[in-house]
Ligand binder design. Structure first.
Ligand code: IMP
Ligand code: MG
Length: 183
């Protein structure tokens, strides 16, 4: 068996279905629209949040918002399921941040190091307001003092994949969120 097949042949147990995710994304958009200015800047952390951000920005449109979007590529996980601890910027936001209301988006909040790093970076570039939105929250795993303002699902303490989240760069394309069986 090839190295790739050894990963992609593993059974995935569904945790949150595509329909459940869609419902939560719409609920989040309604909450965000009620709480934030219409012309918010979405700052999505790549790669993990690209699927969530793509669905959320359209749900926000339906909820009456007229957001802009920009991306920041951060790396904290290398190939594997444990965090390296430090966070690196691979690509920074290109848009003007000073004075803006920013909705910082990530796929999952675990130790909190990634979002704490991104939030500090946005404040140092002059953001006026920063709200945090994550699809998944592993509350038990926090290593920093940070909480999200908008949360899709509480996530059990398992390594999850799909809907943008990867294991060794695989499984981002899954339309649902699941975990690797035997993990
Ligand atoms: P934190 O910095 O520990 O909060 O972790 C956040 C980052 O780690 C996220 O942006 C994800 O890329 C990654 N991550 C954390 N938990 C998981 C998981 O269960 N599956 C896939 N990626 C994860
Ligand atoms: Mg990520």
């Amino acid at each position: 068996m090839s190295e790739a097949a050894a990963i992609t042949d593993r059974r995935i147990e569904i945790l949150f279905s595509a329909a459940e995710i869609e419902a939560q994304v719409h609920r989040l958009a309604t909450e965000i629209a009620a709480a934030m200015a219409e012309d918010v800047l979405l700052a999505a952390i790549l790669k993990g949040s690209f699927v969530f951000a793509a669905d959320l920005i359209r749900a926000l449109h339906h909820a009456g918002m007229r957001p802009q979007i920009d991306f920041m590529t951060l790396a904290s996980y290398r190939a594997g399921t444990t965090s390296a601890g430090a966070v690196d910027i691979t690509r920074d936001l290109a848009d003007r941040i000073a004075g803006r209301s920013v909705l910082l988006i990530d796929d999952i909040l675990e130790s909190g190091r990634t979002l704490a790093f991104a939030r500090d970076r946005l404040f140092s570039r002059g953001a006026a307001q920063i709200e945090l939105c994550v699809l998944l929250d592993k509350r038990g795993k926090r290593k920093t003092d940070i909480e999200a303002d908008f949360v899709g699902f509480d996530c059990p303490d398992r390594f999850v994949v799909g809907y943008g989240l990867d294991y060794a760069h695989y499984f981002r394309e899954l339309p649902f969120i699941g975990y690797l069986e035997s993990d």
